[in-house]
Design a protein around this ligand. Sequence first.
Ligand code: FPP
Ligand code: ZN
Ligand code: K
Length: 458
Amino acid sequence: MANLDDFAFFIPAYFRGPPALLDSLETETSVLQADTVKECLPLLNAIEDPSRSPFDFNEFSVPVLEREKHIDFLHENLEEFPAPFVGLDASRPWMVYWALLSLYMLGEDVSRYRSRVIKTFFSMQNSSGGFGGGFGQYSHLAGTYAALLSLALVGGDEAYTLIDRDQMWQWLGRLKQPDGGFQISEGGEEDVRGAYCALVAISLLDLPLSLPASSPARSAGFETFMDGLGEYLSRCQTYEGGISASPGNEAHGAYAFCAIACLCLYNTPHAAVNKFLDVNALTWWLSSRQYAPEGGFAGRTNKLVDGCYSHWLGSCWPLVQAALSGPRGTASGLGHDVRENLYSSEGLARYILCCCQAQDGGLRDKPSKRPDSYHTCYTLTGISTVEHSHSYGPVDGSDAFASAFSWEACKAQIPSEADPTKIFDTGAHVRAIHPVYSIPHEAAQAMRNWALSCPLGA
Ligand code: FPP
Ligand code: ZN
Ligand code: K
């Protein structure tokens, strides 16, 4: 059998030890960062731990994905929670979505949850449009997004027909604002989450692009949900190159994903991303969010790595890379041909598989945190991103969302960073998902097809 040094050879040196250069100034931030490196390093080098079996690792010294344990953890997360979890009550649509998407990515058939999901969301929809976090709660775009994606995940006409599309359109009209953005709830905060969730709902449900007469955005002369939106998202790009919740705030990965994904629904990615964002500045900022030795992403400057940013930041990469490459099989795009990744997908996989898997199942923010379905979902999304390569097709101009429904995934072929003669493999085999909607491609397409087959007002 190979000795330990042979295994260690397959871990690039920069993922094996502390950074070579450290600022001598000590602050609260630098201490927390040093603590995080300290808690991650033994796990990144777990192949050297004599108490671990070498059979628990693949040829790149990456630990196996504990699939069955994570599946059990997710099933438990779909059951009742004890009283101290009452604070999560308004997030019930999300809890359904995170667990179902995770189970799908792990290879499970989620259609068996169909009747339960329909029953759950039936009482959460409001007659004035949208879904609340539970019965009697005000409609909220984030909860509505999670509800729609959950219904799409289980699929079927009974799930789709539950949705009151006409009232959804009216409600979204009231959320659209005269500066081009969207409020997240009526009278609530306006940020890029609202913009992304609104375009997800409009495109999946084939809602009319024209604004209802009652929309406050009509006061700005706007006629469609798209009017002023690109310019609004553009104002959210900050001096750092990243994207903030709303103009003037701090750039953060969660909002960067919402803004970029929203632009990929607004128009073809290469057209929209290039027109409304400084792509060089954005690429620099995105790159700066990934750390070594940890390998994972931090949400913003001088903060700590966290497994959930494997999605919020990790999922920006396929979108930006696709925008740079342009449509599949064409020479258009921004003049780049991005075949390899602009980030370290291997580093991300190492962080997730070494540092985020909890002993008893579920995945977590970092080793010192407990697992939950949110971090399980978005770390698995990160593995899925690492394992696949995404592209969109060339489209004509007749359908506003044609490019959104032209995405395809294939198996990624990225050389190992320690030995470029080998193709890196996580060994996890997590399923691909749609890089804009974060549900299976077929689930997004089926909901859209159903909506197209029964036009509103017909
Ligand atoms: C900071 O938390 C995190 C935020 C300000 C963003 C939260 C937003 C999302 C997760 C995105 C929601 C998206 C949709 C589609 C509704 P923190 O200060 O605890 O974390 P940090 O130290 O990592 O920045
Ligand atoms: Zn997190
Ligand atoms: K191309």
